[in-house]
Design a protein around this ligand. Structure first.
Ligand code: FMN
Length: 451
């Protein structure tokens, strides 16, 4: 089935369903010899795993990752890295009573309409569980980016209309909402718990900040960095909108307000901007400022509150979704969003490296071409002088071939070649060819009759 892989040079494919044997990811494009920290991957998975608090589903999965291939003695081998997370706490029975009904807001109807078959157990492949595989792959990309000093931080900016007013990164992992504002986090938590009690759910906004991104990531025109980041983030279930930098806010500003004034930062050795309304991307290419993204997270659709729906045979029905569902998925989306950004950035970084490599090759070839042109120009100049010498020899009636002088030149040039490490045999042959050319030229000037 197409549509399960992303990336151009750093490619990731995820597989598996919510209630199948396992889910996992295959990564292709990791260079050999790179240390892969399994503990870090596990830590990242724990940030996404269900059952972390009353804010999330009570499904209890340890999300233990197993690396099946591509890593030997802690280092990448350059071959595909396959990671598997076994499903352990499946309860497909919870879906038995609603298996013939569509959950409003979920993917049951569209999957069935498209494929003619739909795995009703937990939404199958459309389940939020699939994102565990993304987090495992993203953790690898994060490690690779960290080597370049790139850090990705996401947090819950807003839940049920309550917005974080302060941004303190150290607070994010201290509260169950993953909000950078502890005061707002408490208010958000109250809203989530109330919704859960009412058999309902709430949505919110997750903000993602990329610190220290390299300048130059992104391609014209369809693979602009913002286009690829949007696709990656919008591919997460329940994400319904994205903003970059000022986003929709830019629509209400004047150019003079929205433009980011530029200056040359001597310390950084590059052009920078005083503000960052562009969110670190201009013309689809990163400008080195923080990349700032915000995604709209819808309230999860599986709610206890009764809703109108239809059965698979088209009859009207009422549905109340029991079972273990997240009343708000923002805190679990945080590590998933970071992962999708990491996967996209690392793919673009790989493309940028290839571009640089190509440029380096072209630069070297251009220089070699210049040297070759200079060789021809110098030989032409030498020939002109040799012709003048021939004319003088004719007037003075001296011999064309002066073996003694040829030996002197050769000795001198061989000594230079030796000191520079240039092949002596080649130097000898080259000068023999040059001497022969000179003789021919002088013979032409003097006339073939002379020796
Ligand atoms: C980490 C995560 C957890 C999720 N948990 C739930 C859940 O418990 N219940 C639910 O109805 N949807 C959940 N979702 C959302 C569904 O996957 C999503 O709504 C569904 O696939 C339909 O896709 P759409 O909302 O993008 O149209 C979760 C999504 C993510 C990323």
């Amino acid at each position: 089935m197409a549509g399960n892989a992303m990336g151009n040079h750093f490619r990731v494919m995820t597989f598996g369903e919510s209630h199948g044997r396992a889910i996992g990811a295959v990564i292709d494009g990791v260079r050999p010899g790179i240390p892969i920290d399994l503990e870090f991957i596990q830590k990242e998975l724990s940030r996404r795993r269900p059952g972390q608090s009353a804010m999330t589903t009570s499904r209890s999965e340890a999300d233990q990752v197993e690396i099946l291939s591509g890593v030997f003695e802690g280092k990448s081998t350059g071959t595909p890295i396959c990671m598997v997370i076994w499903n352990k706490d499946q309860q497909p029975k919870a879906y038995e009573q609603i298996k013939d009904m569509f959950r409003p807001g979920h993917a049951g109807y569209t999957y069935l309409a498209k494929f003619g078959v739909s795995d009703y157990r937990g939404g199958g492949r459309s389940s939020g569980r699939e994102t565990a595989a993304r987090v495992a792959a993203g953790a690898v990309a994060k490690q690779l980016l960290a080597k370049r000093g790139v850090e990705i931080i996401a947090y819950t900016k807003e839940v049920a209309g309550i917005r974080a007013r302060t941004i303190d990164y150290s607070e994010i992992e201290r509260n169950p909402l993953r909000s950078p504002d502890p005061v707002a986090a408490e208010k958000m938590a109250r809203k989530v718990l109330r919704a859960r009690k009412e058999g309902d759910s709430v949505g919110g906004i997750v903000e993602i900040v990329v610190k220290n991104p390299p300048v130059g990531l992104g391609e014209p025109v369809f693979d602009k960095l913002e286009a690829d980041l949007s696709k990656a983030l919008m591919s997460i279930g329940a994400i319904k909108g994205i903003e970059i930098g000022n986003g929709f806010g830019a629509a209400r500003l004047k150019g003079s307000q929205n433009n980011d004034p530029m200056f040359f930062d001597k310390q950084a050795g590059r052009v920078r901007t005083r503000t960052n309304n562009a969110g670190g991307i201009a013309g689809g290419i990163s400008n080195g400022e923080d990349i700032i993204l915000r995604i709209a997270v819808k309230p999860p659709s599986s709610i206890r509150k009764e809703q109108e729906t239809v059965t698979i045979s088209g009859e009207s029905a009422k549905i109340s979704v029991e079972g273990r569902h997240d009343p708000c998925i923002c805190p679990r989306v945080v590590p998933v969003a970071e992962s999708m950004v990491a996967l996209t950035l690392y793919d673009h970084l790989t493309r940028q490296r290839l571009l640089r490599a190509k440029n380096a090759l072209q630069d070297l070839r251009d220089t070699v071409d210049l040297i070759d042109t200079n060789i021809v120009l110098l030989l032409t100049e030498r020939q002109a002088l040799v012709g003048q010498i021939g004319a003088l020899k004719k007037r003075k009636k001296t011999k064309i071939v002066d073996k003694k002088r040829e030996r002197q030149i050769l000795r001198k040039q061989l000594a230079i070649a030796r000191s520079l490490g240039l092949d002596e045999e080649f130097t000898g042959e080259l000068f023999q060819a040059i001497f022969n050319l000179a003789r021919t030229t002088q013979r032409k000037v003097i006339g073939k009759a002379r020796p």
